[in-house]
Design a binder for this molecule. Structure first.
Ligand SMILES: [Zn+2]
Ligand SMILES: [Zn+2]
Length: 319
C-alpha cells in the first residue's frame, strides 16, 4: 500500500513539484535503515528529484508553473545567517534536508523552499539529470572549491554513483585524472568516462607506485581503505577529500600532513548557486549520469539492486 499524506497549505516561499524522476542515492539507503539515527517513520526517501512545478507560494517570483526543475539534498535554510548571506547555504546550521523530517522524492509530489528548486537546462534529459542533483553536486563542489584546473592531477577513489560523475567533471576541468578502484574490471569503463590512468587499489604495489603524484584525491567510497597510502599518493599541498563515509574513523599518520603541508577535508553538497552552475556545466560539456530506470512502483526491487552494487551507476525511479 502506498503511503499517503496531506501536505496542507503551500507556504509563501515554497514550490510544489510533480516528480517525474528521482535517483536512488546511498544516503537514502542509510536513512531507510536509520544508520545515522535521524530518520523519522513513516519515511519517504529521495533527494535527486526532477519534475515540473505545479504550484508556487504567494512570495515566489523565480519559478513558474510547468517549469522543469530539480531538487537535491537540501530543501531549506534560514536565509539570514552568515553562511546563507555568503551564498554557502549548504553550511547553514538550520539547513533542512529534503528527506530528513520532510517528505522526500520517492513520491509523486514534493515541496521545498523555492530557493532550492533549480531550473534544469533544456538540453539535459530528466533521467540523466536527476542523479546530478545530489551525486553530481557532491563531487562537483569540492573540485570547484579546491580550484581544480588544467594543471591539477586528480585522483578519484571508487567508480560508482559518485565516482563516475567525479571522473567526468575532473576531466571537464582539464585535470589529469587517475581512477582508483578495487575492481580491476572497471578499468575500461573508467577510461571511457575520461580517466587517463587507472590504479587497482587492491594492489599495494600499484598504490605505492603513484606516491607523490596527486594534487587532490576525492574519496567516494563507503568502505575502509589504507588511507595512509592515499596520503602518500598526494604531492605537497595536496588534499585528501571525503564525500563517501567509510564505516571506521579515518586514521592517518600526522607526518605527511606536516611535512608536505597536506590536508584532509570533506564536502557537504553545494549551494543553490553551485547547483545551477553545475547543471549548466553538465549541459554544456556533456557530463551525464549513467542510469538504470525503474518504475516508481518497483522501488523496492531497485533498492535491492542498488544494495547489491548491481546498478551501473545510478538507479532512477520514474513516475
Ligand atoms: Zn544523496
Ligand atoms: Zn542560514
Amino acid at each position: 500500500m502506498p503511503f499517503r499524506y496531506e501536505p496542507g497549505e503551500l507556504g509563501p516561499q515554497e514550490a510544489e513539484i510533480a516528480i517525474t524522476h528521482c535517483g536512488i542515492c546511498r544516503s537514502d539507503l542509510h536513512l531507510i535503515s536509520n544508520d545515522w539515527g535521524i530518520s523519522q517513520y513513516p519515511f519517504i526517501p529521495g533527494h535527486e528529484i526532477v519534475g515540473a512545478v505545479t504550484a508556487v507560494g504567494s512570495a515566489v517570483r523565480s519559478l513558474h508553473v510547468d517549469q522543469r526543475v530539480g531538487l537535491g539534498w537540501q530543501s531549506n535554510s534560514c536565509g539570514e545567517c552568515e553562511w546563507c548571506i555568503r551564498g554557502m547555504e549548504n553550511l547553514c546550521l538550520a539547513a533542512e534536508a529534503t528527506c530528513v523530517h520532510r517528505n522526500g522524492g520517492y513520491a509523486d509530489r514534493v515541496r521545498a523552499n523555492a530557493r532550492f528548486v533549480i531550473p534544469v537546462p533544456a538540453s539535459l534529459d530528466s533521467e540523466h539529470a536527476a542523479p546530478l542533483l545530489c551525486g553530481g553536486i557532491t563531487v562537483y563542489n569540492p573540485l570547484r572549491t579546491h580550484g581544480i584546473n588544467p594543471s591539477s592531477r586528480v585522483g578519484v577513489v571508487g567508480i560508482g554513483g559518485l565516482g563516475h560523475l567525479a571522473i567526468q567533471f575532473a576531466r571537464v576541468f582539464g585535470a589529469e585524472v587517475t581512477a582508483f578502484s578495487t575492481s580491476a574490471g572497471k578499468e575500461e569503463e573508467a577510461r571511457a568516462l575520461g580517466a587517463h590512468n587507472f590504479v587497482n587499489s587492491r594492489e599495494s604495489k600499484a598504490l605505492k607506485e603513484v606516491a607523490g603524484t596527486q594534487d587532490f584525491i576525492l574519496s567516494t567510497v563507503n568502505a575502509d581503505q589504507d588511507w595512509g597510502i592515499f596520503m602518500q599518493a598526494l604531492r605537497p599541498t595536496g588534499t585528501l577529500c571525503f564525500v563517501g563515509v567509510p564505516p571506521s574513523p579515518v586514521s592517518v599518520h600526522a607526518f605527511p600532513l606536516i611535512s608536505g603541508l597536506r590536508s584532509i577535508s570533506g564536502n557537504p553538497t553545494g549551494s543553490p548557486y553551485r547547483l545551477r552552475e553545475m547543471l549548466d556545466v553538465a549541459a554544456r560539456h556533456g557530463v551525464k549520469a549513467q542510469t538504470e530506470r525503474f518504475p516508481m512502483a518497483k522501488v523496492n526491487e531497485a533498492i535491492e539492486k542498488v544494495k547489491k552494487n548491481k546498478v551501473r551507476y545510478r538507479a532512477v525511479l520514474a513516475n
